[in-house]
Ligand binder design. Structure first.
Ligand code: GDP
Length: 349
């Protein structure tokens, strides 16, 4: 088996036992498959290389559970090709099944990686936790954590970069977990967070997220405490807007077409045309009277924020501040932005 090298791309690798949920996860997060459709997905039996171009380039390699890459005389795996450039290894454990075997395989993998590729973050997804009680979830997480840490310290490995996430494809937890995984791979994340925190302060936003539009993973948020409900509202809102743009048109409009769509009084005089350049939208949530706003940053990124009650009147001022931050964000990502968007799935084996 030869695995093509893909130099220079941060790569995520998805591994775990057969039926642990790998194909479902990459389907739901990267291909917009609805969770219920995953019931009919073919279980992973090959190595999928899923090349997804968004604001950064991720690769999700979906490994079949039955292949042990470290201990398999039948396969000559090129370890460097598999692990050489990856940023994070995501190991999926089925929490609804007996996980001892999965934990043992994971331990083995971590020990191997620590020897040759100690920089790789190991992200353990304790998966399929929907339907489990909160107490039970935490019990499982504690049990898995202890089993891994004990084994590692028995083997003399300290401070391995292992993190744990409770996930399910039936709610937003899988996106939340991916967000955390990706954020660790973003250089200078603190700077991004500071920009959003500042924006929240000057505009009196409750919470702001910078979303990768294709995956609904959030790249950064402001420094206020994590809040799953806000993330859910913002990501659902993003979905609505994407559906709208798919029905009513593309975000990339030529200047002529923009002129055609947005004639006076909406269109500013020629020298001020930037004012209408981007997609933006606002909506007031009926439950809490809080307005929510979305602002396109570029082809891949969108800023979504929940405002405080009553801030709708200050929109002109808010828009000005948002403009400045959007400009800052665009500059920040200038280096990592790919030229075109493209999703390809190749199967190698
Ligand atoms: P793979 O062999 O690791 O690729 O596993 P699959 O993606 O084929 O998933 C195996 C089964 O697990 C499928 O029937 C999925 O519908 C189911 N599954 C995946 N994720 C979840 C989850 O978060 N919760 C539940 N309850 N089932 C899941």
């Amino acid at each position: 088996i030869t695995i093509p090298q893909t130099k220079g791309k941060p790569r995520l690798l998805l591994m775990g036992q057969r039926r642990s949920g790998k194909s479902s996860i990459s389907g739901v997060v990267f291909q917009k498959v609805s969770p219920s459709e995953t019931l009919f997905l073919e279980s992973t039996a090959r190595i999928h290389k899923n090349n997804l171009s968004s604001f950064m380039e991720f690769q999700v390699w979906d490994f079949p559970g039955q292949i042990d890459v470290f201990d398999n005389p039948n396969f000559a795996f090129d370890m460097d090709a598999i692990f050489g450039e990856i940023g994070a290894l995501i190991w999926v454990i089925d929490a609804q099944d007996d996980y001892l075997e999965a934990v043992a395989r994971l331990n083995n993998t971590i020990l191997h990686l620590q020897r040759s590729y100690p920089h790789i973050n190991i992200e353990v997804f304790i998966h399929k936790v929907d339907g489990l009680s909160d107490d039970y979830k935490l019990d499982i997480q504690r049990d898995v954590t202890i089993r891994i840490q004990d084994e590692l310290s028995d083997q003399g490995v300290e401070n391995a970069p292992v993190s744990f996430h409770l996930t399910s494809i039936y709610n937003h937890s899988i996106f939340e977990a991916f967000s955390k995984v990706i954020q660790k791979l973003i250089p200078r994340l603190g700077q991004l967070e500071a920009m959003l925190t500042n924006l929240c302060r000057t505009c009196r936003f409750e919470k702001a997220y910078l979303f990768d539009v294709t995956t609904k993973i959030y790249i950064a948020t402001d420094s206020t405490p994590e809040d799953m409900a806000s993330y859910e509202i913002c990501s659902d809102y993003l979905d609505v807007i994407i559906d709208f743009t798919q029905v009513y048109g593309n975000w990339q409009r030529s200047p002529d077409w923009r002129k055609h769509l947005e004639q006076a009084p909406w269109m500013q005089p020629l020298e001020d045309q930037v004012a209408c350049e981007r997609a933006e939208s606002g909506m007031v949530l009926s439950d809490a009277q809080r307005p929510i706003m979305l602002r396109e940053v570029d082809r891949f990124l969108a800023l979504v924020a929940i405002m405080k009650e009553g801030s709708y009147e200050k929109m002109p001022q808010i828009n000005m501040n948002v403009d400045v931050v959007v400009k800052g964000l665009t500059e920040f990502f200038e280096i990592t932005k790919p030229k075109e968007t493209r999703t390809t799935t190749e199967t190698i084996a």
